[in-house]
Design a protein around this ligand. Structure first.
Ligand SMILES: C[S@@+](CC[C@H](N)C(=O)[O-])C[C@H]1O[C@@H](n2cnc3c(N)ncnc32)[C@H](O)[C@@H]1O
Length: 243
C-alpha cells in the first residue's frame, strides 16, 4: 500500500507499481467507516508499529531489538484475540497481518493504549508479506483463526488454505514451529484437514483424530462464545513443521 495508511487500496500490486495483483484474492476489501480511535491508530500509531511490503525482508532481531519467539497472525479482523495474546505474552514478538483498515486501526490504537511493544502490523495481503518479508525458518508459530470460509463451490479457490499456502507457511516456520488454524465452518475444517494430510513436511499434533481441543493460548472470542451457546462447533488444527 502507499505510504499513507489511510489511502484507499487499489487493485494494483502492493509493490506500489501498476502491475495488476497476481492471482485470486482470499478477501474482499470492504469500505467501512472508521471510528476516531481507529483513525488515530492508523495516523498516529502506524509510524511506530506499521510495516510495509515495499520495505522488503525483515531482520526480526533488529526490528524488535531482541531475540525472542516469533508468531505471525493472518487475518486478525478487529484484533480482539491478537491483542490479548500480545499482552499476555510479553516474552513473544507478534506480527499481525490484515487488509481491513478499521481492524488494523483498532489493533494499533489498543496496542498504543496498552503500551505494548512486542507487536508489528502489516495492512497488506498475507501472501505477499509471507513471501517477500518474513525470512525462512524464522517463526515459532503462524495463526489463522476463522479465515473467510468462502462456502460457495465457485468461490472455493478463494480460500486461503491451499497446498501452495501451507507450503509457503512451512518454509517460514522453524523446524518444530506450528501452524494453528481454527474455523467454525465444518466443510472448511474438512478442507483444511485434506490439504494438511497431503502436505509434506508437517506432523499433526492431534493425539487422536484430525483436530485438537482449543489450546489455552487461543483466547475465546465473543463471536466464538456466542456460537458455542448456539451449539455451533469450532475445529482447531495444530500442525508442526518436521522438515
Ligand atoms: C472471517 S474474518 C476473521 C477475523 C478474526 N480472525 C476473527 O476470528 O474474528 C477473516 C479476516 O481475514 C482477512 N483476510 C483474508 N485474507 C487475507 C489475506 N490474504 N491477507 C490478510 N488478511 C486477510 C479478512 O480481511 C478478514 O478480516
Amino acid at each position: 500500500m502507499s505510504d499513507n495508511p489511510l489511502s484507499v487500496e487499489s487493485e494494483t500490486s502492493s509493490a506500489g507499481d501498476s502491475r495488476p495483483r497476481r492471482g485470486i484474492k482470499s478477501y474482499v476489501l470492504r469500505a467501512g467507516r472508521m471510528t476516531v480511535a481507529q483513525t488515530r491508530g492508523l495516523e498516529e500509531v502506524w509510524p511506530r508499529l506499521g510495516l510495509s511490503v515495499v520495505d522488503g525482508p525483515l531482520n526480526l532481531d533488529a526490528l524488535f531489538g531482541r531475540a525472542a519467539p516469533r508468531v505471525v497472525e493472518i487475518g486478525f479482523g478487529m484484533g480482539a484475540s491478537l491483542i490479548e495474546q500480545v499482552q499476555a505474552h510479553p516474552e513473544t514478538d507478534f506480527i499481525g497481518i490484515e487488509v481491513h483498515a478499521p481492524g488494523v486501526g483498532k489493533l494499533l490504537d489498543e496496542a498504543d493504549k496498552r503500551q505494548l511493544s512486542n507487536l508489528r502490523v502489516y495492512r497488506e495481503d498475507a501472501l505477499e508479506v509471507l513471501s517477500r518479508c518474513i525470512p525462512e525458518a524464522s517463526l515459532d508459530g503462524l495463526q489463522l483463526f476463522f479465515p473467510d470460509p468462502w462456502p460457495k463451490k465457485k468461490h472455493h479457490k478463494r480460500r486461503i488454505v491451499q497446498p501452495t499456502f501451507v507450503e509457503l507457511v512451512r518454509t517460514r516456520l522453524k523446524p518444530g514451529g506450528t501452524l494453528h488454524m481454527a474455523t467454525d465452518w465444518q466443510a472448511y475444517a474438512e478442507h483444511m484437514s485434506e490439504v494438511m494430510a497431503a502436505a509434506p513436511g508437517y506432523r499433526n499434533t492431534a493425539a487422536e483424530g484430525d483436530y485438537v481441543a482449543r489450546p489455552a493460548f487461543r483466547p475465546l472470542t465473543k463471536f466464538e462464545s456466542r456460537g458455542a451457546k448456539l451449539g455451533h462447533g469450532v475445529w482447531d488444527l495444530l500442525f508442526a513443521r518436521t522438515d
